[in-house]
Write a protein that binds this ligand. Structure first.
Ligand code: FAD
Length: 308
């Protein structure tokens, strides 16, 4: 019946019918301790066989992870077949300092930067360094003058908290793309419609660059509520109900996290999304399970194949 057809179109394909034709990327954070480094490396090795188009490494607030981010990015670039992208922010650094960091990445063979404004380490909002880049668009332009980097920037389906509204936020995103960025990677969100609405508005605002949904698997509801409040992401009531009473059930939370994220991806797929960026939280199995459900299958990485 018509009703059934409409329902099928809304629900999208079953997991078994998802074609595995999605390009994925993975985001990691730089490890603090040798033990965390070991865990990250295991995650990198587990996810590498999916052949992500790139993997990125975050940059701590105020440049606090400058060395660790560099070391992690350089190691991924040198020891894996995956192109590594370095996150870089404008916070508390002069243009000369930022240019030196970017130059060191270029020398290490890194060709992709995720260019961000960043946030002030305190709660006072962003204050540009007197000799620094004033916002992400300014940073993109500076990086492009330095080297022909591939550049990704942040995009906000529910608007950035500092923006004056939807059209302001899209103007800012357009400035970043016009300055030379190739794609936007979105802040996390929980309803597919949030992304579809944003994608339509971006196109209407003349933004033709690809917008890649950022997927955050939720394993710890309390910390997601805090993060969402900071970045302006709406947490739907049903998500809270799902995690009720699971504080002492870590495994159940993992299973739910994988199911929910895969379900969101499946609905995005039904809406013609073919690129996804995963906030891995440096955990292998969660992103592995989600990608597998999306039809991706692990392949032998090129460098290993050549060696064999
Ligand atoms: P911008 O794009 O410069 O702008 C932020 C807001 O300010 C926009 O809403 C815009 O409307 C407004 N604005 C900027 N310039 C102007 C202007 N000239 N006129 C009017 N309005 C303006 N943070 C980190 O510290 N490290 C990371 O590694 C990191 N990785 C991230 C990865 C992704 C995919 C995302 C989505 C965010 C990430 N962040 C990271 C968070 C990010 O740094 C913060 O959201 C920050 O507050 C804004 O950075 P931005 O690059 O979006 O800023």
């Amino acid at each position: 019946s018509q009703l059934e057809e409409a329902r099928r179109a809304l629900e999208g394909p079953l997991f078994a019918d998802v074609a595995g034709d999605t390009a994925v990327s993975f985001e990691f954070f730089p490890p603090k301790t040798p033990k965390m480094e070991e865990a990250l490396w295991e995650t990198v090795k587990t996810l590498e066989p999916f052949g992500p188009r790139f993997v990125s490494v975050t940059y701590g607030a105020g440049g606090s992870t400058r060395e660790r981010t560099h070391a992690t990015v350089a190691r991924i670039q040198a020891e894996t077949a995956m192109p590594a992208a370095a996150h870089l922010t404008c916070v508390e650094a002069s243009k000369a300092e930022i240019d030196a960091i970017a130059d060191a990445y270029w020398q290490a063979g890194v060709r992709h930067i995720v260019a961000l404004r960043g946030d002030a380490p305190g709660a006072d909002g962003f204050v540009p360094h007197p000799d620094g880049y004033t916002n992400a668009a300014d940073l993109v332009a500076g990086l492009k003058r330095l080297h022909p980097f591939e550049i990704s920037v942040a995009a906000y389906p529910e608007c950035h908290p500092d923006s004056r509204g939807v059209s302001d936020d899209l103007d800012n995103l357009k400035r970043k793309i016009d300055a030379g960025a190739t794609r936007g990677i979105t802040q996390f969100f929980f309803e597919p419609e949030t992304f579809f609405r944003f994608r339509d508005r971006a196109v209407a605002a003349g933004i033709t660059a690809e917008m890649v949904p950022g997927i955050m698997p939720v394993t710890n509801f309390a910390s997601i509520v805090k993060m969402s409040a900071l970045c302006g992401t709406e947490v739907p009531a049903w998500l809270g109900r799902l995690f009720e009473g699971l504080e002492d059930h870590a495994t159940a939370r993992q299973l739910i996290a994988a199911t929910l994220a895969a379900e969101l991806c499946r609905k995005l797929y039904a809406g013609d999304v073919r690129t996804l960026h995963f906030y891995t939280l440096n955990r292998a199995e969660l992103s592995f399970a989600i990608c597998h459900m999306l039809g991706l299958r692990a392949k032998v990485p090129a460098k290993v194949a050549v060696a064999a």
